[in-house]
Ligand binder design. Sequence first.
Ligand SMILES: [Zn+2]
Length: 90
Amino acid sequence: MSTKKVPLRQCIGCGEMKSKKEMIRILRTESEGFVVDATGRKNGRGAYLCPSMECFKKAVKNKGLERSFKMAVPKEVYESLEKEMEQLGE
Ligand SMILES: [Zn+2]
């Protein structure tokens, strides 16, 4: 019997633990600054968010991004995240 261990990440919006494959990653890289990484392939320090507008709104409200990166997050980052959520929705 093999139980595959799925790495879990905490959503910065709702606080639930989920498999990182189900989530959107927000990264801070040296070269590009903050990027929204839907593929999860880039390296860097990341924060995770469920792909839902509700979690996004919660994250905005509770400053989840600021808390995870321990720094101010430019509003452009929120804008691109919001766009990402809209694309994922209908
Ligand atoms: Zn969530």
